[in-house]
Design a protein around this ligand. Sequence first.
Ligand SMILES: Nc1ncnc2c1ncn2[C@@H]1O[C@H](COP(=O)(O)OP(=O)(O)OP(=O)(O)O)[C@@H](O)[C@H]1O
Ligand SMILES: [Mg+2]
Length: 250
Amino acid sequence: MTGGGPLLEAADLNVWIEGSHILQGVTFTMPERGVTSLLGRNGVGKTTTVKALLGLVPRTGRVVFDGADITAEPTHAIVTRGIGYVPEERGIFSALTVAENLRIAERRPGPHRYDLIHELFPELDRRRAQPAGTLSGGQQQMLAIGRALLNDNRLLIVDEPTKGLAPRIVREVADAVARAAEEVPVLLVEQNLSLVRRVAGDAVVLDAGRVVHTGPAPALLDDADRVRELLGVARAAPAPAADTKGRSTA
Ligand SMILES: Nc1ncnc2c1ncn2[C@@H]1O[C@H](COP(=O)(O)OP(=O)(O)OP(=O)(O)O)[C@@H](O)[C@H]1O
Ligand SMILES: [Mg+2]
């Protein structure tokens, strides 16, 4: 246990891929509670950072989880310490049923938190005999998160869960992430800033393989100029029903 220290610490992570210096000294910490959002434009190194934490790509630097230096450990040992990973591609088996997808995710020893999954995602229970490939995109994302929640993890890492989903489904996934975060801290890679606002917490912003901002997510999202500068978008959340002509409504 960390005794109040950070849950996760990345220090000076460097990754080279095919001669390109992709991560250039990524350093940040994540607290023991809530959601930490890893933000940044396309291709800045968010997924590579996650893979570096998990030992899925060769890297230099240091990774500390729950007070233990895990830098030299193989990926299977790292995840066995209690890290659930929902990759960008979701990692579910299309030809297997919902129930089979969950069973195959069971890590030994248990416990396996089927009660929690049924409580958070009753839809998955109703569809337990359905092949996962026939689920909607949102349901597949719920299943992917459910697979990571099944084991008694200390940390969930979820990479862009809303990518390619319709706005209505994005809200459902946002609810799912927020509820999951009540159970276990979440490192959330996301570009959808309305989801980031929904789950609040801390923000870590990457640009060109470096951390360029850390701090509370709400304060960042309220600063439209900073959001535009760091993330290249005009605003942090859906605009209110504003008068676009700039007339005062006071
Ligand atoms: N296997 C690979 N081979 C070559 N280049 C790679 C590889 N993986 C990542 N890259 C490059 O590294 C950079 C960072 O990629 P990464 O996937 O980490 O970005 P990202 O922030 O997750 O992007 P996105 O928002 O599109 O998911 C990109 O320029 C990408 O092209
Ligand atoms: Mg990515």
